[in-house]
Design a protein around this ligand. Structure first.
Ligand code: AMP
Ligand code: ZN
Length: 455
C-alpha cells in the first residue's frame, strides 16, 4: 500500500521515528485511559484528545486505526509512586457510600459524556481492568515461575534486578529512585524500586479476588500489560499516555510485558504533555482544576478547549487560563462564521494547501503548524468556496465543527441553560439573579429582551 511516511516521536528512543505498522496500513494503538473514581478534568481530557488527534491524522493520511483504551477500575493507589495508601476506587466508594461497581459505572458514563463534548471519537474498545483479573493472575504466575517476581507475605513483587534495562523509558536510574524515597522502603521488597504485581487483601473486603498467593488485588501496572497483550497480542504499534505515566506506570509495563514476551512489545511510546494551571499541573488532588462541564456552564463552547489544545504541540506543556480559552472561543466562532460565508458556493479542496496540511500531520502531529495553515489559508486569495471546502476537509482532523456557523440563529453552547435559569429567577421575582444572568448572557453575545408587563 502506498501510504505517506509518518514520523512520530518515540519517548523510548528520544527521537522521531518512521511509523512502520506491523500490519500494512493498520495502526494498533493502546491508550492508557481514565481511572473511574472521579470526574475527569480538562487536563485529563487533553491527554485523551492526543490519541484522538493521532487517530484522526493517521486516518486522514489513509491508514486504518484500531484504538483500545483501558478503563482502570481497580488497583490505583492514592500514592502510586511509592505504592502506599489505599485503592482510589475504594476510597470514593466509601465516601459516596456506594459499591465500587456503581462508582465505576457512574464515572465511566461521565467520562464518555465529557469526551463526546470535545469531539474525541470513542475507542473501538474500552476494556475494564476488573474483567481481566484471571489474565493478570496468569501473567503474574508466569513472572513468578520465570524468576522475575517473588512472593512475600501475600504480596507479589517484580524483581527489577532481573530486568537490567529497567529505567530505559524514563531514564530513571536506581540511584535517582532512591533519592526520592524519603520514608523507609517496604521491608518485604528485595530492592526498594521493586514494584507490586499483586497486593494481599489485608483489611480490604471489596474488590478482592482469590489468587495462588491468597486473596488480594492486582497492582496498577499489570493491568495494562494484561489488557494490551490480551487484545493486541505481544506486538503492537503505538502505546499512548500522559507524560506522568512514563514512570512508574509505563516503565513497569515494559518490564512485565517484555519479560513475558521475551522481546519488545510496543513499537512507539508516545506521551502527551501536561496541562498547567497557574504554574502547577492541573490536578484534582491539588484542587486546581476545571471540568469541561464547568467551562460550558460559564458559556464557553467545549470545542474552544479543543481549539486551544490544537495550538500547542501535543508533547509540550500547555498553560490553561480562562482568558486563553475566551480567545480560543472567539477565534473558533469567527472561523465558523467565515466558513459559513465562504461556503455559499460549491468549492473544491485545494490540493496544494492540503498537501501542506498533510505534511504537518505526518511530522509528529504538528497541529500548531496545521492551525497556522488554517489562519494562512483564511487570509489567502484562494477562492472563498475552495477555502471553505479545504477547511471543512481539514475539520475531519481538527474536529471543531466548522460547519456549525451555517446555523446563525443557534445559541452559543450553555446559553439555553442560562436563559432557562433566568426565566426561573424572573418567575420567582428574583430580579438580582435575573440581572446577573442577563449580564452573563450578554458577555456571550446573547441579548435578552423581556416582554413588557405594562407601560
Ligand atoms: P487518571 O484518570 O487519574 O488515571 O488520569 C487520566 C490521564 O490523565 C492520565 O493518563 C494522566 O497522564 C493524565 N493527566 C493527569 N493530569 C494531567 C494534566 N494536568 N494534564 C494532562 N494530562 C493529565
Ligand atoms: Zn496504563
Amino acid at each position: 500500500m502506498n501510504l505517506p511516511t509518518v514520523r512520530l516521536y518515540n519517548t523510548l528512543t528520544r527521537r522521531k521515528e518512521e511509523l512502520r505498522p506491523l500490519e500494512d496500513g493498520v495502526v494498533r494503538i493502546y491508550s492508557c485511559g481514565p481511572t473511574v473514581y472521579r470526574y475527569a478534568h480538562v487536563g485529563n481530557l487533553r491527554t485523551f484528545m492526543f490519541p484522538d488527534l493521532l487517530r484522526r491524522s493517521l486516518e486522514y493520511l489513509g491508514y486504518h486505526t484500531e484504538q483500545v483504551m483501558n478503563v482502570t477500575d481497580v488497583g490505583h493507589l492514592t500514592d502510586d509512586t511509592f505504592e502506599r495508601g489505599e485503592d482510589k476506587m475504594l476510597v470514593t466508594a466509601r465516601l459516596e457510600n456506594k459499591s465500587t461497581e456503581e462508582i465505576a459505572a457512574a464515572y465511566t458514563d461521565a467520562f464518555l459524556d465529557d469526551i463526546r463534548k470535545i469531539n474525541i471519537r470513542p475507542a473501538a474498545r474500552y476494556p475494564r481492568a476488573t474483567e481481566y483479573i484471571p489474565r493478570m493472575i496468569e501473567l503474574i504466575g508466569q513472572l513468578v515461575a520465570q524468576g522475575n517476581a517473588y512472593v512475600a507475605d501475600g504480596n507479589v513483587y517484580f524483581d527489577i534486578s532481573t530486568f537490567p534495562s529497567y529505567g530505559k523509558l524514563s531514564r530513571n536510574t536506581v540511584d535517582k529512585l532512591m533519592a526520592g524515597h524519603r520514608e523507609a522502603p517496604d521491608p518485604r521488597k528485595r530492592h526498594p524500586a521493586d514494584f507490586t504485581l499483586w497486593k494481599g487483601a489485608g483489611e480490604h473486603r471489596a474488590q478482592v479476588w482469590d489468587s495462588p498467593w491468597g486473596p488480594g488485588f492486582p497492582g496498577w501496572h499489570i493491568e495494562c500489560s494484561a489488557m494490551s497483550m490480551s487484545i493486541f497480542g505481544d506486538r503492537f504499534d503505538i502505546h499512548t499516555g500522559g507524560a506522568d505515566n512514563v514512570f512508574p506506570h509505563h516503565e513497569s509495563e515494559i518490564a512485565q510485558s517484555e519479560s513475558i514476551a521475551g522481546h519488545p512489545v510496543v513499537s512507539i511510546w508516545m506521551h502527551g504533555g501536561m496541562l498547567m494551571l497557574a504554574g502547577s499541573r492541573m490536578a484534582k488532588s491539588a484542587g486546581n482544576f476545571f471540568r469541561i462541564t464547568e467551562l460550558e456552564d460559564q458559556g464557553f463552547d467545549p470545542l474552544a478547549f479543543r481549539y486551544l489544545a490544537l495550538q500547542a504541540k501535543y508533547r509540550t506543556q500547555l498553560n490553561f487560563s480562562t482568558d486563553g480559552l475566551a480567545g480560543a472561543d472567539r477565534a473558533l466562532r469567527q472561523l465558523r462564521e467565515r466558513v459559513a460565508e465562504w461556503s455559499s458556493e460549491q468549492g473544491a479542496v485545494s490540493e496544494e494547501w492540503d498537501g501542506r496540511f498533510r505534511a504537518s500531520l505526518a511530522d509528529d502531529l504538528d497541529l500548531p503548524a496545521a492551525m497556522a495553515l488554517v489562519a494562512e489559508l483564511s487570509r489567502s486569495n484562494v477562492a472563498p468556496a475552495d477555502k471553505a471546502a479545504t477547511l471543512l476537509a481539514w475539520d475531519r482532523v481538527l474536529g471543531l465543527d466548522l460547519e456549525r456557523g451555517g446555523r446563525p440563529h443557534e445559541l452559543p453552547v450553555g446559553a439555553a441553560e442560562l436563559l432557562a435559569q433566568r426565566e426561573r429567577a424572573r418567575a420567582a421575582k428574583d430580579f438580582a439573579t435575573a440581572d446577573a444572568l442577563r449580564d452573563r448572557l450578554k458577555a456571550m453575545g446573547v441579548s435578552v429582551a423581556d416582554p413588557r408587563v405594562s407601560d
